[in-house]
Write a protein that binds this ligand. Structure first.
Ligand SMILES: *[C@@H]1O[C@H](CO)[C@@H](O)[C@H](O)[C@H]1NC(C)=O
Ligand SMILES: *[C@@H]1O[C@H](CO)[C@@H](O)[C@H](O)[C@H]1NC(C)=O
Ligand SMILES: *[C@@H]1O[C@H](CO)[C@@H](O)[C@H](O)[C@H]1NC(C)=O
Ligand SMILES: *[C@@H]1O[C@H](CO)[C@@H](O)[C@H](O)[C@H]1NC(C)=O
Ligand SMILES: *[C@@H]1O[C@H](CO)[C@@H](O)[C@H](O)[C@H]1NC(C)=O
Ligand SMILES: *[C@@H]1O[C@H](CO)[C@@H](O)[C@H](O)[C@H]1NC(C)=O
Ligand SMILES: *[C@@H]1O[C@H](CO)[C@@H](O)[C@H](O)[C@H]1NC(C)=O
Length: 457
């Protein structure tokens, strides 16, 4: 029943021995959490950023240049640059760094110098200091290669959201060989704008700006990103090929709306490792049209867990293949290991998904497949889920239903493996500490320890 993993995943598996974590929060995860959206006109903003572009570019493998850099080479590379002439310091291009003047223009001027007016490796440097910065676009293609953005400062977003003509704060686009590093902080200052997020009530709501959107990038390395209090998502990886993110700290309060840590769509070969993510929504959300995604050694909590989906909201969404979530910790979270699809007519496949070596503490739904997402009425999902493995998952559930597999009546889940599941009740109702599994339309096979007892099929 187990389909072989792709070679890529196997290699990554060897390279990244891993570990992850997740956490808690309530409310509907997706911004516009109503089924009506499927029928009505999708607001422009949502459409733009949740849908793949009309004419997708091919994300081929063979044709890409090798940027010849690994995560371990980055620091060396930076040292070399500092001794050379290709460091572009924002404070030398007009940034005031007074925390009051909007330095967006200076940032963009610096970017153009670093990207277009030099060849070889270049570094865009934000030195120590506090910067107030409005929405900026760092677009390629660049003549320099690779191009590093190093943040050593505290960069704060301007909070007049009418200035954000497009819903991102930093938009990084069309680059091959982009590196983001530095121990500085990107502060979305979301606290002041979260009250304007009315997506729970208003299906036409505008999404608040994403702190950093990576679009159409090939061969990207993020090594050390600290992002706090984003207005909307912290990061969005869109149309990227070969994207590695490591040493990230992504933080927002458990009750901040739609502050997903890292949202992915329309991307291939994305690896997220050695990071701590705690937000008011999914720590990592693996959206539609994605392949070969690896999440290892991520600590997730609080939040809504490590999720595949939601899938099947918009008609152009494509399938999800080969996802490995391994060696992670999830705590104080509404969900742990989750796959969710909308109960809609949109069809697709989610296949080759492994959640392995996961520790959960205080998780409301530790193992969950939810194909009824976004509806309370009787509707069925047309999204097929198959070849899914939950292996070596232990910890505590705050509800009595620790394993919930609610699959589509039309397309039952197939090839669901539960192996060595050891969950116990960790909720507050001490009168009933029994935990159970609940399944519908799921073809499961079980191996090893099973706490709770599996559904009888
Ligand atoms: C898994 O995570 C644990 C705890 O962080 C760590 O000690 C271990 O080395 C990790 N294993 C792999 C294979 O990454
Ligand atoms: C990324 O690679 C694809 C496939 O080779 C290519 O079409 C695209 O132009 C590249 N993008 C950039 C920004 O280099
Ligand atoms: C991915 O990018 C890294 C550099 O970031 C590079 O070393 C590696 O060869 C690339 N892998 C593929 C499959 O293109
Ligand atoms: C796991 O990630 C943490 C940072 O979150 C890091 O300190 C630790 O070294 C990583 N473990 C392994 C085995 O890489
Ligand atoms: C988890 O939540 C509990 C109760 O809300 C809180 O006391 C605890 O500090 C949280 N744990 C972590 C690690 O944040
Ligand atoms: C305890 O909770 C489980 C799961 O909800 C339920 O099946 C069981 O009947 C409950 N037991 C008692 C004694 O209420
Ligand atoms: C399951 O977890 C409980 C509590 O952590 C532990 O006492 C028990 O030994 C575990 N069972 C197995 C078979 O690993």
């Amino acid at each position: 029943m187990t389909r072989n993993l792709s070679l890529v995943i196997q290699i990554l598996l060897l390279v990244f021995a891993s570990q992850c974590s997740a956490k808690v929060a309530a409310t509907l995860d997706d911004v516009t959490g109503t089924e009506n959206l499927l029928k009505v006109t999708v607001p422009t903003v949502n459409e733009q950023f949740l849908r793949p572009a009309g004419a997708p570019r091919r994300l081929g493998i063979g044709t890409l240049p090798d940027i010849g850099s690994t995560v371990n080479d980055i620091r060396e590379n930076i040292v070399l640059n500092e001794n050379g002439g290709s460091v572009f310091d924002v404070t030398k291009h007009g940034a005031k760094a007074d925390g009051e003047t909007d330095d967006a223009q200076a940032f963009m001027t610096t970017w153009i110098a670093a990207c277009r007016n030099t060849v070889g490796p270049a570094k865009f440097l934000i030195p120590q200091g506090t910067y107030l910065v409005g929405p900026v676009t760092f677009a390629g293609p660049c003549k320099s290669f690779p191009i590093t953005l190093e943040n050593q400062g505290t960069v704060k977003a301007t909070t007049d959201i009418s200035e954000y003509s497009s819903p991102e704060w930093f938009s990084i686009e069309d680059i091959t060989g982009f590196i983001l590093t530095g121990s500085g902080v990107f502060d979305g200052q979301g606290v002041t704008v979260w009250p304007y997020n009315d997506c729970k009530k208003n299906r036409f709501c505008q999404l608040l700006p994403i702190s950093i959107k990576f679009s159409r990038l090939n061969h990207t390395i993020v090594d050390g990103l600290t992002s706090v209090n984003s207005m909307g998502f912290h990061t969005f990886v869109f149309y990227c090929y070969n994207f590695t993110a490591t040493n990230m700290k992504i933080i927002a309060p458990h009750n901040s709306p739609n502050t997903d840590g890292m949202y992915l769509s329309t991307s291939k070969l994305v690896t997220i490792t050695n990071s701590v993510i705690g937000t008011g929504d999914d720590c990592v959300s693996i959206g539609h049209s994605t392949e070969n995604i690896v999440v290892t050694n991520v600590t997730c909590g609080p939040g809504h867990g490590l999720s595949v989906g939601s899938l099947g909201k918009y008609s152009k969404e494509k399938s999800v293949y080969n996802v490995l979530v391994k060696n992670c910790t999830i705590f104080n979270a509404t969900n742990g290991a989750r796959i969710k699809t909308w109960a809609s007519r949109i069809s697709g496949l989610a296949s080759g998904i492994i959640f392995e070596d996961i520790v959960m503490y205080n998780v409301k739904n530790p193992i969950i497949i939810d194909q009824t997402y976004g509806t309370k009425k009787k509707k069925v999902s047309n999204w097929k889920i198959s070849d899914v493995h939950f292996k070596n998952i232990r910890g505590t559930s705050t509800t009595n239903v620790a394993v919930l597999l609610e699959c589509s009546e039309l397309l039952p889940c197939e090839g669901v493996e539960l192996r060595d599941i050891n969950l116990t009740y960790g909720g507050t109702n001490l009168r009933n500490t029994t935990i159970v599994s609940s399944c519908s339309n799921a073809k499961i096979a079980t191996f090893g320890v099973q706490n709770p007892p599996p559904c009888v099929v």
